[in-house]
Design a protein around this ligand. Sequence first.
Ligand SMILES: Cc1cc2nc3c(=O)[nH]c(=O)nc-3n(C[C@H](O)[C@H](O)[C@H](O)COP(=O)(O)O)c2cc1C
Length: 140
Amino acid sequence: MKNRLLAQPIEGGDAGEDGAPSERTFQRYERLAQGGSGMIWMESISVNEEGKSTPRQLWIKEDTMKGFGRLVKNLHSHHVSVIAQLTHSGRNSNPDGKHVAVCAYENPLLARERFRMITDGELEAWHRGGLIWPATDGNG
Ligand SMILES: Cc1cc2nc3c(=O)[nH]c(=O)nc-3n(C[C@H](O)[C@H](O)[C@H](O)COP(=O)(O)O)c2cc1C
């Protein structure tokens, strides 16, 4: 590493509609690299659609991979080390302007209206394989 400065992850919410880094994302990271940090810890990048924290969170998948490759290449050209932060936002998932995630454990300290509990039927179906979570308005 060129120095011991680390830029911390800050979610920008400026991905393209497909989750790929947009021109804005490129500019943001370019400026960060110009700031001189030896390492950039990239913001959270969702691993699937359901787990996105916002509709415009970065989302890594087969067809956005190239964009991430270009972004990292740019950063490497500034001799910056890069960490990718891959996430699923769990009960805070909000990929489409409404919370869709289910929760497996009812914790009285967590706001009940933010998510719904997984049902026994869904769990069984999941174990059998092939379940796709239904979208919900969080009141189910
Ligand atoms: C707008 C915003 C977005 C953030 N996004 C992320 C993120 O994507 N991943 C993460 O691990 N931390 C994220 N953080 C936390 C920051 O990286 C940092 O750890 C936190 O702000 C505490 O650092 P500070 O005391 O210097 O502010 C975010 C913070 C802010 C304010």
